[in-house]
Design a protein around this ligand. Sequence first.
Ligand SMILES: Nc1ncnc2c1ncn2[C@@H]1O[C@H](COP(=O)(O)OP(=O)(O)OC[C@H]2O[C@@H]([n+]3cccc(C(=O)O)c3)[C@H](O)[C@@H]2O)[C@@H](O)[C@H]1O
Ligand SMILES: Nc1ncnc2c1ncn2[C@@H]1O[C@H](COP(=O)(O)OP(=O)(O)OP(=O)(O)O)[C@@H](O)[C@H]1O
Ligand SMILES: [Mg+2]
Length: 273
Amino acid sequence: MRELQAQIIAELGVQPRIDPAAEITRRVEFLTSYLKATGTRGYVLGISGGIDSTLAGRLSQLAAERLAEEGIEAEFIAVRLPYGVQHDEDDARAALDFIRARTERTFNIAAAVDGFEAEFARTATAEVSDFNKGNIKARSRMIAQYALAGHDRLLVVGTDHAAESVTGFFTKFGDGGADILPLFTLNKRQNRALLRELGAPEKLWSKVPTADLLDGTPGRTDEDELGISYDEIDDYLEGRDIGEGPASGIERRYLATRHKRAAPVSLLDTWWK
Ligand SMILES: Nc1ncnc2c1ncn2[C@@H]1O[C@H](COP(=O)(O)OP(=O)(O)OC[C@H]2O[C@@H]([n+]3cccc(C(=O)O)c3)[C@H](O)[C@@H]2O)[C@@H](O)[C@H]1O
Ligand SMILES: Nc1ncnc2c1ncn2[C@@H]1O[C@H](COP(=O)(O)OP(=O)(O)OP(=O)(O)O)[C@@H](O)[C@H]1O
Ligand SMILES: [Mg+2]
């Protein structure tokens, strides 16, 4: 195996083989123990209809139910965060039907994002690019979740996992901004395996991953933007040889995005040298 590949696998804690049922139990247990240790009162998570939030959402609901069995009152707010009307709204609805959250909300981020866009144009005397606006959408979703969390003393659940973490394919302080990461260490096919184990309909676990942040290309697939397939990323994270081109592509992205996986750099840090 490549030296950097072994280092990345160890850093992200990826296991080449998993027992999906055991991983579900372990992650629900993680959510419940952290809540008890911190005295927080529940969880909040944005539900897009994609694989990651469907899985993290169901785990959060199961954690809330487990806590109730122990006599601890815990909230779980599954919140839809569309920018106007979401083009794959049916999938978001199907995800909510599967998650069966204690509380469902919809928080439309359009007014906030459009407000930022207008103020940006005034300040920078230039239009914001569709790409940069996409990051504003991701950060507006973070603000909405923290507002709900702050109101009820909840934890913001994040959906970061190894197959996104390795390439830094998330918005810094946007979807990357969260309190607890129940999917950490899993690659994309392992996320799918956990969803199947939980009995999710095929339409949800087989959905093509999309960040869906662009006005100009709704539903642009992650693989199209990355130029690398999740199968390649998953194989790489399981220690396989995927060939020089794709492996160096992943490693280039990994090295360029180290700042996203660390706290803001200070005088005492040496990781970037
Ligand atoms: N070396 C460095 N040290 C410290 N900070 C550094 C830095 N380089 C950039 N930065 C900072 O980081 C910023 C760039 O990072 P960021 O704002 O995240 O922006 P960036 O990485 O350019 O874009 C986010 C990427 O994540 C993808 N994404 C976002 C959200 C969700 C999903 C999904 O899969 O659903 C995917 C999105 O499609 C896009 O490709 C710069 O503006 C700068 O402030
Ligand atoms: N339209 C949306 N509504 C609510 N939450 C969203 C929306 N888009 C993104 N999010 C939040 O941002 C997170 C990151 O998006 P990402 O696309 O990586 O995950 P996903 O949509 O759940 O799964 P997939 O990667 O398979 O598309 C989501 O898990 C979700 O919590
Ligand atoms: Mg998505």
